[in-house]
Structures are given as C-alpha cells and as structure tokens.
Design a protein around this ligand. Structure first.
Ligand SMILES: [Cu+2]
Length: 394
C-alpha cells in the first residue's frame, strides 16, 4: 500500500556493493504518486504531452557501445563520472510541448547538476523529493545533487524554443569536459499551442516546523577511507590533470585529514607502504568510523518521535548527497547554511559537502531488525564501499 502524498519518486535495486553497477546498467525508473490534492490543482497531467518525465543520467560507453562501469580506486573516491549525458536514455532529445510540468530526476551515480534554461526564462519549482511545496518557487538555476527529484513548471508562452541545460558545478572530477561549460540536456519547442503557464497560488499545506527544543539529536559522520581518498584523487589527477580536482588542493586535503584525527596516516613512510596494498572495497568508507555491516544495526529509532540528525562531511572534500529510507524529512540547515525555499519542503536527500547538514526526521512505520531501513550517501560508489548504516524503527 502506498501511504504518502503526491510525489515523483524513483526506484532502483539496492544490493550492497552492486548498487552503482546496477543503476549504471539501467535498473532505475520513476514511480508517480497522485492524491486528491494533486488531482484538484489543475496541474498539467497528460503523460508524455504536458506531464513529462526527465530522467537525467550520465553514462560511459566503450568502443562496442556497451556501458562501461568500473568500481575502482578512482570511482570509489570521487564516484563514477562519465562524459555522456542521457535524458530519458537519449542524447539531447527534442520535445514539442504546449507547456508543461517537467519531472526532473538526477539519476546519475555521482554527478550533481545545475539546471537552467538556455533563454533565461524562469523555472517554477512546485515539488521536491517528497511532494508538493506550499507554493510555486521561481528559480533561475536549479542545482540537483544525485538522487534528487524536482517537479518544475516553465513559462514558455512566448512560443520560442529553448534548451534545458546543466551549468558547470564544483565537484571533484565533474569539472571535466563536456561539463566545463553549459551542456544542453533537453530541447523544448513550445510550438503553435504555446499558452501561459497556469501557476496555482498554493499547492499544499506543509506544517511549520515544530519546536526543536529537547528533540533527540543523532550524529552521523560520513567518512572517507584516507588511503582510498588520497589514492583516488592522485589517480584522478594523473589521468585527467589538475582541472579534475575542481580547484581543491590535495596537499591541504592531506593536512586536513591528518589534523582532524579521523585518519590514521601520519608519515610518508607509512603512507607509501599502505598505498600499494589492495583495498577491501566494501569496507573502505564508513559512517561514524564503521563501514556498513549487513548483520549489525547502527541504532534504533522510536516510531513517531522527531529526531534531529546532524550529518557531517567534515574531513574530506567530496560531495555527499545523503539519503534516508523510510521517511521524508525537512532540512533545517544544509552544509551550515539556511536552505532556499524550494528545499524547505519534503525531502529524502540532503547535500553534505565538507560541513554539517541538519535534518528533522520522523519515522511513522516500523522497521524490524530483519528488515531495517538504511541511510547512506547516494553517491553510489561511496554507498557501495561502506558509507551506509542500517537502523530499526521500534
Ligand atoms: Cu559520499
């Protein structure tokens, strides 16, 4: 039974250690949930005509035209990054639409996007991961970390064709071509039937945040294995040059790793020695120092009680799109900053990028020890290498 409000959701398999591979090979899709409220709003609802799925994924193809996926030192550190963007499985498709709702999914294994329109016309975000916002929010740019969904209305009533593009982002390895300049993802031709976008004044009524005093806090520190992190960045620089590091300084990175006490390497002799040892990939990255265990829960949560989760990415320079199963949460702060209005609704993924993000969670369904929920970095190569916890709801 589906028990949640209107939302654009996505699904993919979750076999530990193979999630990145299976998503890369194409096992992912959308689930659309409607409710009485969404049906009464007169939003565009003709599937494929003015209600359009836009699944954005990046792929690397080998010389035989097959998807070329590797979980190695480099991808385990910075994620599987590639040079071809597909929109609904096609390079730069063309869509003729009178106007409509675009249901964007960033289905990339690792890559973050920054969507914009080529002609600068505004986008109106109407829903985030977990459903409709209180009201449409106008944006010029729409950053999307991996696993995020946004529903967007675009005013194309002038009838002119335009592209949805992704602008350059500051993320390790994602600064390389073709992502070093605006890249067109979807060409839209409003055509002769262009009409003004209908924007409802209000969409949903999301309750204001409760009083946060006294709410239980839980800390989750997302941690890269120091050796993997450094070796992955060195491999990246060797293969692609300095520009792949997105302006980040490896020496500073190394010092930071040593100074915060999280990472064990303290001298170059030790570093040189361990650098050559093979990795146990499934247990390299961790949360609170513990790589994911199939057999041990990290904690229990009490059903129906609010918790404030402090999710830290301090100690490395990687972007971690953090995802929690079994709930939709509210972002209290993201990477130490207040969040934009279109990120204040129901979310299941939050940006963690070198600092602390706080979310307010509540779980309304039981999860047993045998069938626990998971919370993990949704950069799939971090998840597959251990940056995940399981927990029960009791
Ligand atoms: Cu991560």
């Amino acid at each position: 039974m589906v028990n949640q409000p209107e939302a654009t959701c996505w699904f993919h398999p979750h076999p530990h250690g193979k999630t990145g591979y299976q998503v890369a090979m194409g096992l992912a899709g959308l689930v659309l949930i409607e409710d009485e409220n969404s049906q009464s709003l007169k939003l565009p609802n003709q599937w494929g005509i003015d209600d359009i799925p836009v699944i954005l994924q990046d792929k690397r193809l080998n010389s035989a035209g097959q998807i070329d996926y590797q979980l190695d030192v480099m991808s385990a550190a910075v994620g599987w990054f590639v040079n071809t963007m597909l929109t609904n499985g096609v390079v730069l498709p063309r869509h003729i639409a009178p106007n409509g709702c675009l249901r964007f999914l960033n289905g990339c294994n690792a890559k973050s996007l920054n969507l914009a329109t080529s002609d600068g016309c505004k986008m109106y975000v109407i829903a985030s991961d977990g459903g409709l916002l209180n009201e449409p929010v106008a944006v010029d740019k729409l950053p999307m970390i991996s696993a995020e969904c946004f529903e967007v209305l675009i005013d194309a009533s002038n009838g002119k064709a335009f592209d949805i593009v992704t602008l350059p982002v500051k993320q390790m390895a994602i600064t390389l071509a073709p992502f070093n300049q605006p890249l067109a993802l979807l060409h839209i031709e409003p055509g002769l039937n262009a009409r003004a976008t209908f924007l409802p004044d209000s969409l949903a009524s999301i309750a204001s945040l409760p009083d946060l005093a006294g709410i239980k806090q839980r800390q989750l520190h997302l941690m890269m294995d120091a050796r993997l992190d450094m070796q992955g960045m060195m491999a990246l620089r060797k293969q692609y040059g300095e520009q792949a590091l997105a302006g980040m300084n490896m020496q500073g990175h190394h010092n930071m790793m040593n100074s915060n006490g999280d990472h064990p390497m303290h001298n170059s002799h030790q570093q040189g020695k361990v650098m050559n040892q093979p990795f146990d990939f499934q247990h390299a990255n961790s949360i609170n120092g513990r790589p994911f265990s199939m057999h041990e829960l990290a904690f229990n949560v009490v059903k129906g009680q609010y918790e404030r989760w402090l999710i830290s990415g301090r100690g490395d320079m990687m972007l971690h799109p953090f995802h929690i199963h079994g709930t939709q949460f509210r972002i209290l702060s993201e990477n130490g900053q207040a969040v934009a209005p279109h990120r204040q609704g129901w979310k299941d993924t939050v940006r963690v990028d070198g600092d602390i993000s706080e979310v307010l969670v509540k779980f309304d369904h039981l999860a047993t020890q045998a069938h626990p929920y998971m919370a993990h970095c949704h950069l799939l190569e971090h998840e597959d290498t251990g940056m995940m916890v399981s927990f029960s709801v009791i």
